[in-house]
Design a protein around this ligand. Structure first.
Ligand code: 8BR
Ligand code: GLC
Length: 543
């Protein structure tokens, strides 16, 4: 890894920038170094200076050339700027690394970019880490049922049970999700699991990967160079094996995740992915999405680790939709949710920001219990369907045709639950809403949102992000037309400027995002977006 270590000094009217470059800890004495100095208030740039002509765009005069004094790259220039930004580029082995410093009142402070935050923030995630077995919906599925079953499926579609007790129910779930949006149902009859296992083996299964919001976000952070801590009540060797080696867990002390894997059985979800042109029994899907059939396990319920004993900067919670109403030992979902709330309140006492990532919750009873958590967390993340589910707890059938209607309900939710931050992602744009200041500045938030959009585009394109290079494709993906149109509308409707608007007591930040024409998969994209954005914003909160 290449690291840039810099120091900025002012002596009278001169500014001196000393830079050293390290490659895996070794000082590099022949790096190409270029520096751009920018006056923050006046927006004046000093032309870029560099050690070699090849790397430099231009230099103003001889005085502005960076001197390489045995590996200490030194730039001296005359400047009366009080506050300026220094961007240092170092090229080693044909790879360029960048560092940004802010100089103010005689002191320098580093401006972190989103990756720096991801790599340094101590993030805790709990509790759903499962295995996703992905099956793409195709016509071959139709051949698995006879005429009578087909009839029964079409009949059940009138009023789906939203639980899986038979093979028919799996089909009902897929078609209902194709029609009305992604859903997740639990499998109550174990014989269906056998059928799914065979189906997966019979050439229809495409991929096994880490699933569950906590697992997906933890993996992403680790791939990007961070060291997250994940808590999962069930962690088998197979689950742990699908996580990056830099993911840690608690057992009971913090250890690499494989050392904590002690469960015999894995939590497995079967994910049926479909796109907007797929058809089953002549019923056409009108959207990209998925239907998830999830195994149910008695042990899959959180027992949170002592909040006062973990060293963390940010918390992401998810998975409560998997709770059973009642467990064999008498424990109830209500009791677990109460304990979760107490745990969150403990985090609040330590001023650790908390985020709840929602997912579609079919069981209205459980949904009502889970939303109680919103009174306690700082932030919540969701897609449009999830926003609808929360809003419809108070109102009959709501309509979300555009960004303005989404903002209306985001505001309602923020107000009702006293949330500091609400994030909604849709296909084409993201909207974030904040109560008061005290979070990051709008510029920093936009940076976090842009970063999330790049990650989502890269993940949609390749199916998942596995290494840093996978991110490069994002540069060639264009912005959504829908997003740009909605942006224009909001500028007229609520006077939004540069993606920022004030609506009542709230600040809205809007970003049109990059959308991949033919995504490879979409499962987990929402987690990638919400998780990365929240973490980066937390890192920026005090900057
Ligand atoms: P959920 O996982 O919460 O449903 O969120 C999915 C999100 O993934 C969408 O809101 C959208 O922002 C993003 N997304 C989808 Br779906 N398809 C995408 C694509 N082709 N390119 C970029 N982002 C996409
Ligand atoms: C839910 C599902 C999980 C899936 C995830 C994707 O958490 O339970 O299987 O990976 O959503 O967002």
């Amino acid at each position: 890894m290449v690291e840039i270590v810099s120091e900025v000094k002012r002596i009278g009217e001169y500014v001196i920038i000393f830079t050293r470059v390290f490659d895996s800890g070794q000082m590099v004495t022949d790096a190409d170094v270029a520096i751009v100095v920018e006056d923050v208030e006046e927006r004046i740039f000093l032309p870029r200076s560099s050690t070699t002509h090849g790397f430099s765009v231009y230099t103003i005069n001889e005085k502005n050339v960076i001197e390489n004094l045995s590996g200490v790259y030194t730039l001296i220039f005359k400047s009366l700027f009080k506050k300026f930004k220094v961007t240092i580029f170092a090229r080693v082995r044909d790879k360029t690394t960048k560092k940004v410093l802010l100089f103010e009142n005689g002191r320098t402070r580093e401006e972190k970019d989103p990756l720096d935050v991801i790599r340094t923030l101590k993030v805790f995630l709990g509790f759903n880490v499962n295995i996703d077995k992905i099956i793409y919906v195709d016509k071959r599925l139709e051949k698995l049922v006879n005429k009578n079953t087909r009839k029964a499926i079409l009949q059940d579609l009138i009023k789906p049970r939203k639980k899986i007790n038979s093979i028919e129910d799996v089909f009902v779930g897929i078609i209902d999700s194709m029609r009305y949006g992604s859903q997740e149902w639990v499998i109550e009859d174990p014989s269906v699991i056998k059928w799914l296992e065979n189906l997966y083996k019979d050439n229809l299964g495409k991929e096994t990967r880490i699933g569950g919001q906590a697992g997906i976000i933890a993996n992403l952070i680790a791939i990007l160079g961070g060291y997250p801590t994940v808590y999962s009540p069930v962690l088998s060797k197979e689950q742990a094996g699908l996580l990056h080696k830099n993911v840690f867990s608690l057992c009971p002390t913090r250890k690499p995740v494989t050392e904590c894997a002690d469960a015999k059985e894995s939590k497995v979800n079967w994910v049926f992915e479909f796109n907007r042109t797929d058809e089953l029994f002549n019923i056409r899907s009108n959207q990209n999405g998925r239907f998830i059939a999830g195994s149910q396990m008695e042990e899959y319920r959180p027992e949170w680790p002592d909040i006062n004993n973990i060293d963390i900067d940010a918390i992401i919670l998810a998975g409560l939709h998997l709770l059973k109403k009642k467990y064999r030992d008498g424990t109830t979902a209500e009791k677990i949710i109460k304990e979760t709330i107490e745990w969150i309140d403990g985090a609040a006492k330590r001023d650790i920001p908390t985020h709840l990532e929602l997912t579609c919750m079919e069981d209205e009873w459980l949904r009502e219990k889970i939303v109680e958590i919103l009174y306690h967390v700082d932030s919540v993340g969701m897609n449009k369907d999830e926003l609808r589910q929360i809003a419809e707890l108070d109102e009959e059938k709501i309509d979300l045709p555009d960004a303005l209607s989404i903002i209306k309900y985001m505001k309602k939710i923020a107000k009702k639950f006293g949330l500091k931050r609400v994030h909604v992602h849709t296909l084409g744009y993201y909207i974030n809403l904040y109560k008061d200041s005290g979070w990051a500045s709008p510029e920093k938030i936009k940076k976090a949102m842009l970063f999330a959009s790049d990650l989502a585009a890269a993940a949609a394109f390749s199916g998942s992000i596995e290494k840093m290079e996978d991110l490069e494709i994002a540069d060639s993906i264009s912005l959504s037309k829908t997003g740009l149109k909605e942006q224009e509308k909001l500028e007229k409707e609520i006077g939004m400027e540069n993606g920022v608007a004030r609506v009542g007591d709230y600040t809205i930040i809007f970003l049109p995002t990059k959308v991949v024409g033919h995504p490879k998969t979409t499962v987990g994209l929402g987690d990638t977006i919400s998780g990365s954005m929240f973490v980066v914003e937390c890192g920026y909160r005090y900057m």
